[in-house]
Design a binder for this molecule. Structure first.
Ligand SMILES: *Cc1c(COP(=O)(O)O)cnc(C)c1O
Length: 393
């Protein structure tokens, strides 16, 4: 939409559609289909449906459309397609545009399911995939070639919070006409400047910050109208990974507070990271907003924030890490992120358990590494909880 609203206004109002009742809250149009006034109208709608004309919930739905328009406005893309989960968004964005014989370059440090799509699924259908160390621009330079159709990466790696320079990678990819597809979950839609940095397609797991309360699975693909409606939509509507209206309603409610929540979480993360840095029980504290982070300047340029996630390495390996986690009183042991509740994860034994030992080492997933997703609790309470649990580690 061409409105010049600022983010917080868009998060509350953008894309709103009201029925004849003028309801204040976004309605859940919990309907699979839509009745037509006449056979002629049905025929016409199948030929070309207009803005407020729907056919079937797998193709689109008023509640889902509100969510798509709102997130597209925040991200600064022309359009968006909402999906059943973050993985439906990642697989939909890539599979819809690729065919046998295409070449893709991807960073190696990926969420496990993203890695599975690139390593196992795309290659099964004849797509060639080259993996690179995403922070090393020379490797992108070397790997991208004239038949490269897309590059893919997570803008902040999980769990060691290494940034990939969207602008520089986009410049390399665009020289060869490749589309830049960014999984931007850790950056959040609030700290994302991905479009301004050159990204073409941005995907989110809405399960994370967008819901923000750990209730529903969802995802979204953001891009140009041409890409979303001509490439993504036909693929998604025929393969079935569309978002449900109920989920879209949850996500719309989440979005009203998205800016406030992400900023509060990032403030908490910055305070906690600063307070923990130098703690005698930790060998390192990783937070992109700390001056000690090797890419602090890139984080500031790319996101204007250090984000809502941090990680640290407890001296004493797995035993100490487990003692620490079991001593936590407020912070929950789980594996989601972007939730209102602060979450501690031990990647080596959970999210990244299946990686071979040498890959864990090369990705920095040490036995003492803890990943924290900072929530909305008072940061003084969180810090006290972390300190008392560290004392027992
Ligand atoms: C969680 C996550 C996904 C997958 O999202 P789901 O909603 O769980 O399907 C993809 N990429 C990243 C970086 C994630 O954190």
């Amino acid at each position: 939409m061409a409105k010049e609203w600022k983010t917080r206004t868009q998060l509350v109002h953008e894309g709103s559609r009201r029925s004849q009742y003028g309801e204040m809250a976004e309605a859940i149009f919990l309907t699979q289909g839509f009745a037509y006034d006449s056979a002629e109208q049905a025929e016409a709608r199948f030929v070309k449906s207009g803005d407020d004309e729907f056919i079937y919930a797998r193709y689109g739905n008023p509640t889902v459309r509100m969510f798509e328009e709102r997130i597209a406005a925040i991200e600064g893309t022309e359009d968006a397609f909402a999906t059943a989960s973050g993985m439906a968004a990642v697989s939909g964005a890539l599979t819809s545009m690729l065919r046998a014989g295409d070449h893709v370059v991807s960073s190696r440090a990926l969420f496990g399911s993203c890695l599975y799509i690139l390593e196992e699924i795309l290659t099964r259908y004849g797509v060639e995939v080259t993996f690179v160390d995403g922070a090393d621009l020379a490797q992108w330079e070397h790997a991208v070639r004239s038949d490269t159709k897309a590059v893919f990466f997570e803008s902040i790696s999980n769990p060691t919070l290494e940034l990939i320079d969207i602008k520089s990678v986009s410049e390399i990819a665009h020289r060869f006409g490749a589309l830049v597809v960014v999984d931007n979950v850790f950056a959040t839609p609030i700290f994302s400047n991905a479009v301004a940095q050159g990204a073409d397609v941005i995907v989110y797991s809405a399960t994370k910050h967008i819901d923000g309360q750990g209730r529903a699975l969802g995802g979204v693909i953001c891009g140009t109208r041409e890409f979303i409606r001509k490439v993504v939509e036909p693929y998604m509507k025929h393969t079935g990974g569309s978002m449900s209206p109920f989920t879209a309603w949850i996500m719309l409610n989440g979005m009203a507070t998205l800016d406030l929540r992400c900023r509060a979480m990032a403030d908490g993360a910055a305070k906690i990271a600063a307070a923990l840095e130098g703690n005698a029980r930790l060998s390192r504290v990783i937070y992109p907003g700390l001056a000690s982070h090797a890419q602090a300047a890139l984080a500031e340029r790319q996101m204007g924030s250090g984000g809502t996630m941090l990680a640290f390495d407890i001296k004493g390996g797995k035993e100490a890490a487990f003692r620490f986690m079991n001593a936590l009183e407020i912070i929950k042991i789980s594996n989601n992120l972007g939730d209102a509740k602060t979450i501690a994860t031990h990647p080596a034994t959970t999210t990244h358990q299946r990686l071979p030992e040498d890959q864990k080492v090369s990705l920095g997933i040490t036995p003492g590494l803890i990943r924290l997703s900072i929530g909305l609790e008072d940061s003084a309470d969180l810090l006290a909880d972390l300190q008392q649990a560290l004392a027992q580690a």
